[in-house]
Design a protein around this ligand. Structure first.
Ligand code: ADP
Ligand code: ASP
Ligand code: MG
Length: 405
């Protein structure tokens, strides 16, 4: 007997038929004698719909109330999944995040898990029940409902697998695993059989929506091995773990595109020590994540800064910067959200040269203009026009021969 944590994403529980299919799959594991804990997302589209409704009643919804609302999506699917299991004769019980003992900090809409009290789940598993847990949500130490950021059901599953010392953690989704690029955009993308945490984390944080990046970070920290696979077939998926054989054989493992980014250009700020510190402290205090940063050489005592933030944070970023401009005695911000970030990722970059040159040449040949560049040890990212991003991904994929990987 082994202990398995399975997570089913929004498409996998998208309608009643699919929920029944998920129940059949869960039953087959339980019939083999395994203990099964299941994490489910909201039906696909539901979280987006709830956000749209919140914005329709109030343009800047209160974040506590937002979490109260967003948690609803997963509460529907846990109960329906438990009922579907009852329907096929499997004893099952559903838990909200709070009932499952998932304790978080109090940063609403992107809370971090602080600890899990798994005693109730342990008792139910010991009693032979399948436990269904609502993904993406928890409870703060003072009793408020919190959510873990978009895609956060992945984090619920990985954190539970860690806390329950599960033998297996399976992330079921609507594709067969992690591919060399989004298979919906790059038709000849290939499934990667095994990938290390480091590469998976860079792909996820660069926009590969298949895994939430914070969940991969958590998996790496606590060494939770997991498999990404399809809920629509029984094909083997992608195993994500610490070490993968021949990790450095290829320079680039995959290509990612992030279209949910915006480029902010701050102009007319004083070119003197402390200016950048003030700008980025204000953004940090507002818990806004800043990515690529470029500062132009100052002229006539005036400097410009360009950087990217998540596309959803532009209004908050503008608000956070206004008092800084007042203190600095100057400055304005221009926001461009018609951009996307394209990244190529691979641990092999540590030992291969010429990756940037190959990427830039391929984009040049396709006539795609590069607006910003940033590099790390295992990643090269460029900002391009949003309308050219998919084409840029295909071109990069081909330039590194990832279709033959
Ligand atoms: P779920 O609802 O199951 O969590 P998501 O929509 O969050 O599913 O993630 C799955 C989607 O991620 C796929 O449908 C695919 O379009 C997209 N995706 C982006 N990059 C990749 C990649 N490199 N490999 C596989 N899927 C990817
Ligand atoms: N329902 C949440 C979202 O759409 C969490 C998830 O699906 O993982 O972001
Ligand atoms: Mg997801």
């Amino acid at each position: 007997m082994s202990r398995i944590v399975q997570k089913y994403g929004g498409t996998s529980v998208g309608d009643v038929e699919r929920i029944k299919n998920v129940a059949k799959r869960i039953k087959s594991y339980r019939d083999e004698g395994h203990q099964v804990v299941v994490v489910v997302s909201a039906r696909s589209g539901v979280t987006n719909e709830l956000i749209a409704r919140a914005k329709a009643v109030c343009p800047e919804p209160d974040e506590r109330e937002m979490d109260q609302l967003l948690a609803v999506g997963e509460q529907e699917t846990i109960a329906l999944t438990a009922m579907a299991l009852h329907g096929v004769g499997v004893p099952a019980i559903s838990y909200t995040g709070a009932q499952a003992g998932i304790i978080t900090d109090s940063v609403h809409t992107k809370a971090k898990i602080q600890g899990i009290d798994a005693s109730a789940i342990e008792a139910d598993l010991a009693a032979g029940k399948v436990v269904i847990v609502a993904g993406f949500q928890g409870i703060t130490t003072d009793g408020r409902t919190s959510t873990l950021g978009r895609g956060g059901s992945d984090l619920t599953a990985i954190a539970l697998a860690g806390a329950l010392h599960a033998d297996k953690c399976e992330i079921y989704t609507d594709v067969d695993g992690v591919y060399t690029a989004d298979p919906r955009v790059v038709k000849d993308a290939r499934k990667i059989p095994e990938i290390c945490y480091e590469e998976m984390l860079e792909l996820a944080s660069s926009g590969s929506k298949v895994m939430q990046s914070r969940s991969v970070e958590f998996a790496a920290k606590y060494d939770v091995v997991f498999e990404v696979r399809s809920s629509f077939n029984t094909n083997p998926g992608t195993i994500v773990k610490q070490e993968v054989a021949y990790m450095e054989k290829v320079a680039v493992r995959g290509v990612a595109v992030d279209k949910d980014q915006a480029k902010l250009t701050v102009t007319n700020i004083p070119d003197q020590p402390g200016t950048a510190a003030k700008v980025f402290k204000a953004l940090a205090d507002a818990t806004i994540i800043v990515d690529m940063i470029v500062q132009n050489v100052g002229r006539n005592g005036v400097a410009n800064l360009t950087f990217t933030v998540p596309g959803t944070e532009t209004a908050r970023a503008r608000k956070a910067l206004e008092p800084v401009f007042a203190t600095l005695g100057g400055g304005e911000v221009a926001i461009d959200d018609a951009i996307a970030k394209l990244s190529v990722v691979g641990v092999g970059m540590k030992t291969h040269s010429g990756v940037a040159a190959t990427l830039f040449a391929a984009l040049a040949e396709a006539g795609v203009n590069i607006q910003l560049i940033s590099t790390s040890e295992i990643k090269i990212s460029v900002v391009v026009e949003k309308s050219r991003a998919d084409e840029a991904a295909r071109v990069a994929h081909q330039a590194f021969a990832l279709d033959q990987a």
